[in-house]
Design a protein around this ligand. Structure first.
Ligand SMILES: NC(=O)C1=CN([C@@H]2O[C@H](COP(=O)(O)OP(=O)(O)OC[C@H]3O[C@@H](n4cnc5c(N)ncnc54)[C@H](O)[C@@H]3O)[C@@H](O)[C@H]2O)C=CC1
Ligand SMILES: O=C(O)C1=N[C@H](C(=O)O)C[C@H](O)C1
Length: 238
């Protein structure tokens, strides 16, 4: 598979290594807007975008206009997600976005939904989310923490939204901490005066995110349409 890396930072480099181990070729490494490249001149099977919030939408939709399938893991640009999916469909391209490509986190997402279903009627418990990441991270809270909050909100009619730190009773407080060299730790806690129930995922490196993104790219390569990581991992969750 010929891969274009949109964003060649920490994740771009981790993906390069895993892609090479799986027999793929990196044909383009981009650290600026892809409008400055003539994509028609390069043979690309799939683009993998791990860049910066301000660049993601333009780079992803430029790839769609060149009929290149896109796997995107960039966080912090999701106000434009619906617009991106419309352009994908209009251009008959293919797209997977995930706030977290790690297979472990996708299992954690399923646990989070199940736990939220079980806890929604237990009014003595209050729910909160904590995420910890390295100090270079540009966005807060993390995309993964937002996904976790949205999953709880979908299951629990008493929760209408989320807020960083100080939340009203009908909102979920999300705490974002920045500590050197932490790859990504997410905890969902339900606390009462009697006890605490917690689920936690801790990434030990960037390998899990990178492997998940390459698996998603292999799965998406010959497809059209808009998908999620749950589609990619459907056989795991049957
Ligand atoms: N969905 C997931 O599983 C994961 C998502 N992420 C997200 O991926 C993104 C990148 O993370 P890192 O690699 O750690 O960040 P990084 O800061 O190491 O790399 C970002 C790269 O984007 C490049 N860039 C800047 N402007 C650009 C433009 N206009 N077009 C293309 N590239 C441009 C920068 O030169 C830099 O090399 C972040 O949004 C992060 O939250 C990170 C890990 C896992
Ligand atoms: O920036 C990171 O590093 C990460 N970002 C993603 C997020 O915002 O959820 C995923 C992972 O936690 C690492």
């Amino acid at each position: 598979m010929k891969i274009a890396l949109l964003g060649y930072g920490k994740m771009g480099k981790a993906i390069e290594e895993i892609a090479a181990n799986r027999g793929h070729e990196i044909v383009l490494r981009v650290s600026e807007d892809i409008e400055s490249y003539n994509l028609k001149e390069i043979e690309i099977d799939v683009a993998i975008d791990f860049s910066v919030p301000k660049a993601a939408f333009k780079n992803i939709t430029t790839a769609f206009k060149n009929k290149i399938p896109v796997v995107s893991g960039t966080t912090g640009w999701l106000d434009d997600y619906e617009k991106a999916t419309e352009i994908c469909k209009k251009e008959d391209a293919a797209f997977i976005y995930a706030s977290n490509f790690s297979i472990g986190v996708n299992v954690f997402f399923e646990l989070n939904k199940k736990l939220a279903q079980m806890m929604k009627g237990l009014q003595d418990y209050s729910v909160e989310i904590e995420e910890i990441h390295h100090t270079q991270k540009l966005d807060a809270p993390s995309g993964t923490a937002i996904s976790l909050a949205q999953q709880i909100i979908s299951e629990n009619p008493n929760k209408k939204g989320w807020q960083l730190d100080h939340a009203d009773k009908d909102e979920i407080p999300v705490h974002a901490k920045r500590i050197t060299d932490v790859h990504g730790t997410h905890t969902v806690s339900y606390k009462s005066t009697i006890d605490t129930i917690e689920i936690m995922h801790m990434a030990h490196s960037r390998q899990g995110f990178a492997l998940g993104a390459v698996i998603a790219a292999e799965w998406l390569k010959d497809k059209k349409g808009v998908y999620t990581m749950k589609d990619v991992l459907s056989s795991l969750f049957e």
